[in-house]
Design a binder for this molecule. Structure first.
Ligand code: ZN
Length: 97
């Protein structure tokens, strides 16, 4: 008798587990932190100078385009007002990125 109750309880609790909270798997995330292909030469959108990007070079993606910066400060300035710098760069005839 006691065994039967135990069995029912066990079945019930396992059924609960099965139909309960199905673990919502987070969608497969694109690996973050992958460095975009580094160009041989890049132009800093803020300073307007051409330089050779290295592993340490700061970059940022804006509207699907990767921009490279001569220093961290320029990256911050650019991200604060990207349109301003892109427009200024266009007026100066800079080739970006
Ligand atoms: Zn800079």
């Amino acid at each position: 008798m006691a065994m039967r109750w135990w069995l029912v309880a066990a079945l019930a609790s396992s059924a609960n587990l099965a139909c309960g909270a199905a673990p919502a798997r987070p969608a497969a995330e694109a690996p973050s932190g992958t460095t975009p292909a580094r160009p041989a030469q890049a132009t800093c959108p803020v300073m307007g100078e051409t330089f050779t990007p290295s592993d340490e070079t700061e970059y940022a993606e804006y509207k699907g385009v990767t921009y490279w910066f001569c220093c961290r400060g320029c990256r911050g300035k650019f991200l604060a007002e990207p349109e301003k710098y892109l427009q200024a760069a266009a007026e100066r005839g800079l080739k970006l990125p």
